[in-house]
Design a protein around this ligand. Structure first.
Ligand code: HEM
Length: 385
């Protein structure tokens, strides 16, 4: 029976995007006769749009080569989703200074809808949402404020020292730098957030969840197919995020039990304590606390790992720059075995090297926003076809 229904199911699956394609195509051409028309771009095919134009090689290289032909502000249709790519400094400047309010919402990938995470996450909520303002304000004052950052300095320096020792111990051996950095950064963040080394599989699960974000998902190109979750990505993310949230739940329960047992005077005040204090006054829900901790762990690990890996690779490719950076370290640190944040402030050449490496290899090569209403920049004001 299931086999007999398969062709029918496939036809229906294909018919839906086709229908959407026809409708959206009509709408956009109708809009083209009014006020709004899209910037230029390669001609889209029915249903798949320009997805085939992105085949072969690195995605950002393909996009750069298309932008070379069609301009720094170009339209591509990814499945049925019309997407405007802004790829030059000037166009990006214009978009994010003049039209910032209109681009206030990130495009939410379907996997991030798992467990309704996107509805209580400062990363995915649009910045005009009052909850985004609350969460962002809490993160700014309780996690990233100068006071909180300086309180966590000891934990950061200790964990950086652990990473340096790990490299020392493996001198003259093959080392997977990315692996050591990811683990080190995860330990660093878990110490800053929870004041403990998390000996759970949270690190590995989190890495897999973040990696899935980079994989193309049919549900993002054909939103009407979302409920079917054809590749099973949302289902997979739901299962794995439940595991992450369960672990964070246990950490919260432990801390709440500890809070009852420990005398007030002996209490430390880490990020989790601050968030639980806000939870006890009703300013945050338990779900929001878990999402915020998840966001920080996810946003801070892979980004740092990629940035340092690229900086190391660029130093190896440029022996002259490597020699200058080493010389600066030798003169600034003297014979010191350990490095502190106060030392880093004085390593200006090293800082410039990392910044240049970030410019050459941004860890996130695209930032995806959805417009909250129609916008048009000088660069996009192209003549009507
Ligand atoms: C070299 C390391 C890092 C790089 C290159 C980096 C890069 C970025 C980028 C490009 C964004 C998106 C900005 C946007 O959409 O406008 C972002 C957002 C964010 N990053 Fe980082 N990041 C790094 C380290 C960290 C660390 C260590 C943390 C946490 C401790 C962190 C927490 C966040 C958060 C919470 C957001 C979302 C902010 C919001 O949406 O309001 N990042 N980061």
């Amino acid at each position: 029976m299931a086999c007999e229904l398969l062709p029918l199911f496939l036809c229906m699956t294909l018919a839906v995007p086709l229908l959407i394609y026809v409708i959206t195509n009509r709408r956009s051409s109708a809009a083209g006769h009014g006020q709004w028309h899209h910037p230029p771009g390669p001609r889209p095919l029915p249903i798949v749009g320009n997805l085939l134009d992105l085949r072969g090689g690195n995605l950002h290289h393909r996009l750069a080569s298309l932008a070379h032909t069609h301009g720094p502000v170009m339209t591509l249709r990814l499945g049925v989703v019309t997407t405007v790519f802004v790829s030059s400094r000037d166009a990006a400047w214009e978009a994010f200074t003049k039209h910032d309010r209109r681009l206030a919402a990130r495009t939410v990938p379907d996997t991030r809808r798992a467990l309704a995470h996107s509805e209580r996450s400062m990363v995915w909520l649009p910045s005009y949402d009052p909850m985004w303002k609350t969460l962002r304000g809490i993160a700014a004052s309780r996690i990233f404020s100068p006071r909180s950052l300086s309180a966590a300095r000891g934990a950061r320096e200790r964990k950086v020292q652990d990473m340096v020792s790990c490299f020392h111990q493996r001198a003259l051996q093959e080392v997977d730098i990315g692996h050591v950095l990811y683990h080190g950064m995860f330990d660093l963040l878990s110490n800053v957030l929870f004041s403990v080394d998390l000996h759970t599989n949270l690190r590995e699960v989190l890495e897999e969840i973040v990696a899935l974000l980079a994989k193309p998902n049919v549900s993002d190109f054909f939103p009407l197919l979302r409920p079917l979750d054809l590749q099973g990505f949302r289902h997979w993310t739901t299962m794995h995020m439940s595991r992450v949230f369960d672990i964070i739940d246990k950490i919260i329960d432990c801390r709440l039990d500890e809070a009852i047992a420990i005398d007030d005077d002996d209490k430390r005040m880490d990020v989790l304590d601050s968030l639980l204090l806000l939870m006890s006054t009703g300013s945050l829900t338990r779900g929001q606390v878990k999402s915020m901790l998840f966001d920080i762990l996810a946003a801070g690990t892979e980004t740092t790992k990629i940035t340092v890996e690229w900086a190391m690779a660029e130093l190896l490719r440029n022996p002259r720059v490597m020699a200058t950076a080493r010389e600066e370290m030798k003169t600034t640190l003297g014979g010191k075995e350990t490095i502190t944040e106060a030392d880093v402030v004085r390593l200006l050449y090293l800082q410039a090297t990392v910044k240049e490496s970030m410019r050459l290899h941004p860890c996130q090569w695209h930032l995806s926003y959805c417009r909250t209403w129609r916008w048009r920049t000088a660069a996009t004001s192209c003549p009507r076809a």
